[in-house]
Design a protein around this ligand. Structure first.
Ligand code: HEM
Length: 428
């Protein structure tokens, strides 16, 4: 369970049903994997749960003043301080930039011949460039690669088996590297804050500038929010793109269909993307279905934790106060009562549904959580993934290794073990 959770979750669900109690004393846990039961968690008041709980490994990385690790009024204030960055209008404004970054990543690959390339690393670097530009504007773009280096320590730490992530006060091993990287990250952000104070641009799209001028948040909170946006926005999306590449790379007909669609909708290589907007995105219907189907089968968060702040009733069971509640997007996405042939990768399944099936599927598709504590970056992530897979399929021929799709790695962010080492040829 604490090193390779997916098979254990599948087995527990099959043997014991949608709500399973485990552990004892302060380590009591409830795994909630049935779609109805998970939805019932999302509709409860947020006060019924604590995200700032004793096992929260994320606090080691993003800090105690991040929205992701806080509760109550502090959480509401911190989430509100960055919410404007995720308005639909603002997200749509990023579409040309996302396509430009996809092109930059592809243009950096060898122009001729076929090469074995880990497309996970290519996608991850592109997503980092996108996230840094989206939140900090062009002024921080030259620091994106450095941010990436400083996120490696946290990634290595969060990939440890869960029991090795348990919070303790000693700065040793991977935890020591996380602390050192975090200090260096904060120094970069502090420098940027100082230059904003000295020369404010007045750009309402620069999240850091908005935070610097927001009297309701202190410096430590700004640093934790900045780290959260880069950290949460980067590895999750990169892991999802890696699974998308595997799923589509192994299905040449889907890769070909993505390409035909992208050729119709996107500008040809070498042209700018200034005209791309939300209508462009809406026309990438196959890429959208591929994105949804991949996140169904391979959600970045296999289980997401919160602690019960009072006794709650879920699916006929009482989960007592202090229990760690692990709801599972992985189990919901593979529930055989909702999805036909749940282990098959079939992007067209979203097309051929009756109304009842669609309602059940909507309830069971929860890679971004739900309710007031849902993922703040859900629309950005979906937009990035749809545009990136379309552009990759349009501009690259890929051959996956004969070994087939690998198993997962990563306790906090689920990604394919070994990355995406495909044979890649740039399309002329
Ligand atoms: C495919 C990509 C992503 C997936 C699968 C994902 C998934 C999730 C999930 C499952 C939650 C937790 C919900 C809960 O605790 O119940 C969450 C929370 C969060 N996500 Fe994402 N996420 C993704 C991308 C992003 C992006 C791009 C950003 C921002 C740039 C982001 C920022 C956050 C933040 C800040 C929270 C905490 C929200 C809160 O506690 O109020 N995520 N995400």
């Amino acid at each position: 369970m604490f090193s390779d959770p997916q098979p254990v979750l599948d087995q527990l669900r099959a043997e014991y049903g949608p709500v399973v109690g485990l552990g004892f004393g302060p380590a009591k846990m409830a795994i909630v994997g049935g779609p109805q039961e998970v939805r019932s968690l999302f509709t409860r008041p947020v006060e019924d749960f604590r995200w700032n709980h004793k096992f929260n490994a994320l606090a080691v990385v993003v800090g105690q003043k991040s929205m992701i690790t806080s509760d109550g009024d502090d959480w509401a204030r911190r989430r509100a301080s960055v919410q404007s960055a995720f308005s639909r209008r603002r997200l749509n404004g990023w579409i040309p930039m996302i396509l430009e970054q996809a092109d930059a990543a592809i243009d950096a690959l060898p122009a001729e011949g076929t090469h074995e390339i880990d497309l996970y690393q290519v996608g991850r670097a592109a997503i980092l460039e996108i996230v840094v530009r989206a939140f900090f504007g062009e002024s921080m773009a030259d620091r994106a690669a450095r941010f990436g280096e400083l996120m490696q320590g946290p990634q290595d730490y969060l990939e440890l088996p869960a029991w090795r992530q348990l919070p303790h006060p000693f700065p040793i091993g991977k935890r020591g590297r996380v602390k050192a990287d975090r200090r260096a990250f904060d120094d970069l952000v502090r420098q940027a804050m100082a230059s904003i104070r000295a020369n404010p641009s007045g750009d309402p799209n620069d999240v850091l500038e908005v935070l610097v001028h927001d009297d309701s948040v202190c410096e430590e909170e700004i640093l934790d929010q900045a780290n959260t946006l880069v950290g949460a926005g980067f590895d999750t999306t990169a892991a999802s793109l890696a699974w998308m590449l595997w799923c589509c790379g192994l299905a040449p007909d889907i890769w070909a269909a993505l390409r035909v669609e992208a050729d119709e909708v996107l500008a040809p290589p070498g042209h700018d993307h200034d005209a791309a907007d939300h209508t462009t995105l809406n026309r990438l219907e196959i890429a959208d279905r591929v994105m949804r189907e991949t996140l169904r089968l391979h959600p970045a968060g296999v289980i997401s934790p919160r602690e019960a702040a009072r006794d709650i009733e879920v699916g006929g069971y009482t989960i007592t106060e202090g229990t760690l509640v692990l709801w599972s997007a992985h189990l919901c996405g593979r529930d055989p009562d909702v999805w036909n042939d749940p282990l098959d990768f079939d992007p067209d399944r979203f097309d051929d549904m009756t109304e009842d099936q669609r309602a059940a599927a909507d309830a069971a598709w929860v890679p971004f959580g739900g309710g007031r504590r849902n993922c703040i970056g859900f629309a950005l992530a979906q937009m990035e993934l749809t545009l990136l897979i379309a552009r990759f399929a349009q501009r690259l021929d890929v051959t996956p290794p004969a070994t087939g799709k690998p198993g997962p790695v990563g306790m906090v962010v689920n990604r394919p073990r070994g990355g995406v080492p495909f044979h890649v040829t740039r399309r002329s």
